[in-house]
Design a binder for this molecule. Structure first.
Ligand code: FE2
Ligand code: FE2
Length: 487
């Protein structure tokens, strides 16, 4: 459904993004690599306008007008949170009585999901970057606080983008999957809002209000990732940090109501907040991404990508159906037939423990001839494709032995004791140990007059840079000095 909204862009608007920006992924990449480039900025602005024109035509669940808005929004958040809580309780009940996982059929499926949503997760919080310039205005503080918390207040182990990168790397998912433009749509909107925050402030506030609400899919994803042996911390962290009582969901409501009276034209401001809120509905939704997984197709795609690197390195000793392995790998589109040949020659025994397949022994284990060729994700695709029903049978036998899982309470990971992790005590961030050569940068920054320093720090907190050592230092300094009055 959401995909249709994008595909239905009026023709004259679609063609406006011509040249190097004719696809969303290119714009996404450009916004990360050259965000200050004039043509990148112009294309991002146009991209936003086009998608806002679609979003404002959609039905919106937010209160319709500004009358009694603060209370109405709080009621809306409360009702939504309760509804999600009830749906999650029903899900848990179903699982307890033996229902299968709702989202992920297997570990490969879950790892594919992590990669397919990566374009948005790797720019987490970006839509609020533009608010930093208003650090002297207390009405912006809820939004700025949210942004800084997305950045972990400058602590690498709490920076959401770095956490997600780490999660991908841990499971061999760090080389990007080829994804469609629609996978990049939300991430591109987030980056476009980052660099046009001034012009599209109401829209950024509305987008933030939508993004920071706790969705059911986050709870279910966390539960099922844990079940499949994948660390769900990134997801459980968002269950806690986005909470509606004191977390980002609450800050998002505050941001709307605190900005509203100053706008001079409440109705227009709020209309734009609603449009920004609707931007969340464009592109591929979580459930559509989960449904799109097809094990066989993913395996074939993966082998086809890998083929390019392996087509000249195999010996000609072994032949399958009269062709050497190098011949099988020599051109695109041959992988389904190659897999058939491996099966026909008994190298692969499908529907059985992969340990019984000679081909699997070439891939996995320290003595495997192809050890290190396939990442964990790629090995999972091969393993699950070989195992087929055998694996389902195993899962049924293992049912009831799943490790217990409590997503919300206590899910915040402990950080090392010499690290100030309490968000309320931001003054300690200033004394976070700074290794050389960062110490020189720190001294240089500290010598600047306060306002000049804050401007310089803001430039280092952009979505492409905040996860670097320099960006983390700048975030810690910004976070601890934001409330100081200019000297
Ligand atoms: Fe986040
Ligand atoms: Fe958040």
């Amino acid at each position: 459904m959401l995909l249709q909204h994008t595909q239905n862009l009026p023709h004259q608007n679609r063609t406006a993004l011509t040249g190097i920006f004719s696809n969303t992924k290119t714009l996404y990449d450009q916004l990360l690599s050259a965000p200050h480039d004039k043509s990148t900025r112009a294309a991002a602005r146009l991209f936003l306008q086009e998608h806002l024109s679609i979003a404002e035509e959609m039905e919106c669940e937010l209160p319709a007008n500004t009358h009694g808005l603060e209370q109405a929004l709080e009621d809306w958040v409360t009702a939504k949170t309760m509804e999600v809580g009830q749906q999650y309780a029903a899900y848990l009940e179903q699982r307890k009585t033996g229902s299968p996982r709702r989202f992920f059929t297997s570990k490969a499926h879950a790892l594919h999901f992590l990669q397919a949503v990566a374009p948005s997760k790797l720019v987490d919080g970006a839509w609020l970057y533009g608010t930093l310039t208003h650090w002297q205005d207390p009405r912006f503080h809820p939004l700025i606080r949210t942004y800084l918390e997305e950045l972990g207040d400058g602590l690498a182990q709490m920076n959401h983008v770095l956490l997600y990168r780490q999660l991908l790397a841990k499971h061999g998912c760090d080389s990007p999957l080829p994804l469609t433009d629609d996978h990049y749509l939300q991430g591109t909107l987030q980056l476009a809002l980052a660099y046009h925050g001034e012009e599209f402030l109401p829209e950024a506030i509305g987008y933030n209000l939508g993004y920071e609400q706790l969705p059911l899919h986050l709870l279910i994803s966390a539960f099922e990732l844990h079940e499949l042996g994948i660390d769900p911390y990134y997801f459980t962290l968002h269950v806690t940090i986005d909470n509606a009582h004191s977390g980002h969901a609450r800050q998002a409501v505050q941001a709307v109501t605190q900005q509203l009276p100053s706008s001079g034209s409440d109705a227009d401001f709020y209309r734009r907040v609603r449009s920004g809120f609707q931007l969340n509905e464009l592109g591929l939704g979580t459930r559509a991404i989960i449904r799109s997984f097809d094990l066989h197709k993913e395996l074939v795609r993966m082998l086809d990508r890998k083929r390019i690197f392996g087509r000249q390195v195999h010996s000609d000793y072994c032949k399958l159906e009269g062709r050497t392995v190098n011949q099988w790998l020599s051109g695109p589109g041959q992988m389904p037939a190659f897999l058939d040949a491996l099966e026909a020659r008994g190298w692969i025994k499908r529907g059985a423990d992969p340990d019984q397949s000679r081909f699997w022994h070439l891939i996995a284990g320290p003595d495997a001839l192809m050890f290190g060729v396939f990442t964990e994700y790629e090995q999972r695709l091969i393993y699950e494709w070989i195992a087929e029903d055998w694996q389902t049978q195993q899962q049924t036998n293992d049912a009831g032995q799943q490790p217990s899982f409590k997503p919300a309470p206590g899910s915040r990971r402990k950080v090392s004791s010499d690290t100030p992790c309490c968000a309320a005590d931001r003054s300690k961030l200033a004394i976070e140990p700074t290794p050389e050569p960062l110490a020189a940068l720190r001294r240089e920054l500290e010598q600047l007059p306060h306002c000049q320093r804050m401007a310089r720090l803001i430039s280092m907190l952009n979505p492409s840079q905040h996860g670097t050592p320099e960006g983390l230092l700048a975030t810690r300094m910004f976070s601890s000095q934001m409330y100081q009055s200019p000297a």
